[in-house]
Design a protein around this ligand. Sequence first.
Ligand code: PEP
Ligand code: MG
Length: 325
Amino acid sequence: QLEGRRLAALANAPTRTRDGTDIRLLANAETASDIAMARTRGADGVGLYRTEFLFLRHKDLPSEDEQFIAYRDLVLGMGGLPVTIRTLDLGADKADAAGLALRGEENPALGVRGVRLSLRYPAVFTTQIRAILRAACYGPVRVLVPMVTQPDELIAVRTLFKLARQDLKRENVDLPEKLPLGAMIEVPAAAINVRSLLEHADFLAIGTNDLAQYVLAADRGNDALDNIYNPLQPALLRLISHVISAGRRAKKPVSLCGEIGGDIRFTALLLALGLCEFSMHSSQLLHVRDRIAMLDYLELRKLAPAILRARTHEEAELLLSQISC
Ligand code: PEP
Ligand code: MG
C-alpha cells in the first residue's frame, strides 16, 4: 500500500532524471479508460493510438463519422495535450474483421500490411484521413504511418492528405492549420535508411515489437523463439541507437512505442541510447516515471559506447545489471 501511495504521488510530478533532464512520457491508449488513465497519471500526450481497434470491432468498415467521433473524443479526452493517431495497421498478426487484408498470402507478416494495405485501398484510406483531418480541429494531432519501408510511401500518404484537404475545403469543413506526419520505424530497411525517411517525416516512432521481429527473423508471438526474440540483441540495440541519433541530428522528435518503452527493465538502457520520449500503456506511466527519477541521464549516456559494443544479448544484459540506482 505504501508502494501504491508513493506511486500515486508521482501522478502530478514532472518526468525528470535525477540529474535534471526532462523526459516526455506518452501513452499508448485506445479505450476511454486508457485515455482517462493517461490523464490521471500525467502523460504528456498520446504517443500511439492504434486505429485498427475500430476496424476490428466492426463487421463492416467504420464510417467517416464513426471514425471522426472516436478521434475527436480522443483529442477532447486529452484536454489539449498532443495525440498521435496511427493510420490503419491491419494484416499480419492483426485479425481483420472488416475483411480488408489480402487472403491467401503465404507470409502475411511480410505481406500487404500497414501502410501497404492502406495505399492499396485509397478510398478506405481517404475515409480515415478525412476523419482525422476533421478531428484535428479539436486539438493538437500528429499522424503516424505504420510499416513504412521507403520514402515513396510517406510521399503517397502526404498526397492523399493534400487531396482530402482540398475536398474538405470545398465542402466548407474546418481544417487544422498543420498536421505533422511521422513514420513508424519497425522495418529494418526503414531503420537503416532512416535519413531518407527523415527528409519526408516530421517525427519518428520506433516500434520495437515489429522491429525486433523483422531484424531477428523471429515471430513476435512465438514463445519457442524466446532465446532469439530478445530486446537486448546487439543488432536491435544498434538500430535503435542509429535511429535516435539520426532523429537528433535532423532535430526531429523520436519516440519509442514498443513494449520495452513501458518496461522498467529497459528504461536505463533506452536513456543510455539517448531516448527522451517514451510511449507506453497508461498503466506503466508511474512505474517508468519513478524509475527515471532514480537515474542519471548524463552518466547513462557515457555507457552507450560499451552497450553498443556488446557482442551478445547476454553481454548487454550483464552491462545493464551493473547499472546501480
Ligand atoms: C510495434 O511494432 O512496436 C508497435 C508499437 O506497433 P504494434 O505493436 O501495434 O505492431
Ligand atoms: Mg508494429
